[in-house]
Ligand binder design. Structure first.
Ligand SMILES: O=P(O)(O)OC[C@H]1O[C@](O)(CO)[C@@H](O)[C@@H]1O
Ligand SMILES: [Mn+2]
Length: 441
């Protein structure tokens, strides 16, 4: 599309993108290599010598990848046949076509950050699938699980809150229900602080009860469209015919604590009758360290069910029931692990776009989704969200995101500049958040 600003890129020396590619990405690769090392005896027990050979192969492929990155080598096509290999390689050609002749080939420190960062995670996956019999190993699984276990206290508080709320939810008046809705929305927002890729795989979990912090965190919500979400959903509830459906789609982000916050939100939507059906979208391959896969989704619900805290296990039981009865549906699609911005979805994944069009509202969780919504570009802070979406609008949608990358739109004049002056890293520290809505057209 003409006239759109340039992509964020590591070519801007000193930018967050640059520092990410230079420091954080190699660190994530080193951790991945270390994880393989530590699972050596497990691979041996499971697969014998073949397991050891596979571990060696995966490590050498990841070391090679790290070297390519650190020495700014050209981005090479994917080689292993997989469902999305051709699309990836076409996209690489497209990136090549955007370059001037003098630039040569797409490279780590030259090409759009969104592209090279997604490519790194896709290459990590390639290293694993090229190394049977350990080709189903999720290199980030233990980090995701650890985040879940370390957040127990906060999970207990959330599940207790939800179960107690469910008991009285029918008796709440409009205003009380709205307040409860706003609470679960904020819980889901701050749950997004807990991603593991920003921290380079260092542990970040929710150790304290998030419920007690909501009031204190309010000043850090830079765009707050919660009222508009309430209007939309409460209107759906009022005007809904008996058998008809209000569907809310949640494009998930991280597993562990954040996933619990999203499931709490999803449960509240059903219990309050603001929605009657929820579609969740997860990733088909391990992604950006902590993102949710089908395996993580099922694993977490099972963990909850077997908890010895009665409210937590009740959540596990209820949520399994939502799945069995079809009120909750988990779906995945390869599009979510492609490098494309969402404005390309109708072209690249028309089936997914058509599916999203059937939702009454779509929540996009997290920072990476925000980057893909806005194309990860150097927009002025005051550009309207709708404009930055560049035509992407399958249905009314809302980004629920803590800021962890140098892209933010839809601010008041002067707001961004003021923040820059007082807190140089406001865009990337995960301290601020938004509920940014693009309503019915
Ligand atoms: O899990 P989230 O919220 O999408 O965050 C992913 C993180 O990875 C990044 O894409 C950078 O590595 C950041 O934008 C963000 O810090
Ligand atoms: Mn994530």
């Amino acid at each position: 599309m003409a006239g759109r600003p340039a992509s964020l890129s590591a070519r801007d020396v000193g930018s967050f993108a640059y520092l990410s590619v230079k420091d954080r990405s190699p660190q994530i690769l080193t951790k991945a290599i270390d994880t393989l090392h530590r699972h050596k005896s497990e691979f041996f027990e499971k697969h014998g010598e073949k397991g050891l050979e596979a571990e060696k192969k995966a490590i050498s492929l990841l070391s090679k990848l790290r070297n390519e990155l650190q020495t700014d080598k050209p981005i090479v096509p994917l080689v292993e046949k997989f469902v999305d290999t051709d699309i990836w390689n076409q996209y690489l050609e497209y990136q090549q076509s955007l370059l001037n002749e003098s630039d040569g080939k797409p490279r780590w420190f030259l090409s759009p950050w969104l592209f090279v960062e997604c490519y790194m995670y896709r290459r990590i996956h390639e290293a694993i699938i090229q190394s049977p019999p350990i080709d189903d190993f999720d290199i980030f699984k233990e980090l995701k699980d650890q985040n879940f276990f370390e957040s127990q206290e906060s999970i207990i508080a959330l599940c207790t809150h939800l179960q107690e709320l469910r008991k009285t939810i029918e008796d709440l008046d409009e205003n009380q229900l709205k307040n409860e809705f706003f609470k679960v929305l904020q819980i889901s927002l701050w749950g997004n602080k807990c991603d593991l890729s920003l921290s380079g795989g260092e542990h970040i979990s929710q150790k304290t009860n998030i419920m007690n912090s909501l009031e204190d965190l309010k000043p850090f919500i830079l765009v707050n469209d919660m009222d508009r979400l309430w209007s939309l959903l409460s209107n759906c509830k009022k005007t809904r015919e008996k058998e008809s459906v209000t569907r809310v789609d949640i494009v998930l982000d991280n597993s562990g604590f954040e996933l619990i916050t999203d499931l709490v939100l999803a449960d509240f939507l059903l219990s309050s009758k603001l929605a009657t059906k929820i579609h969740f979208y997860g990733k088909t391959i391990p992604w950006f360290v902590s993102d949710t896969t089908l395996h993580d989704f099922n694993w977490i619900i099972k963990q909850l069910k077997h908890s010895n805290n009665k409210w937590v296990s009740q959540c596990g039981v209820d949520w399994e029931d939502h799945i069995k009865t079809g009120r909750w549906v988990y779906l995945d699609h390869i599009f979510w692990t492609l490098p494309h911005e969402f404005s390309a979805m109708s072209q690249v994944a028309p089936d997914l776009h058509a599916a999203l069009q059937k939702a009454h509202l779509i929540f996009f969780k997290g920072d990476l989704n925000y980057r893909k919504l806005t194309g990860d570009r150097r927009w002025e802070f005051t550009v309207p969200f709708h404009e930055a979406l560049s035509g992407f609008h399958p249905a009314p949608l809302c980004s629920i995101r803590t800021l962890k990358a140098e892209v933010q739109v839809g601010l008041q004049p002067g707001q961004g500049e003021q923040l820059t002056a007082s807190e140089p890293n406001w865009l990337t520290a995960g301290k601020y958040g938004v509920f940014q809505f693009d309503g019915p057209l």
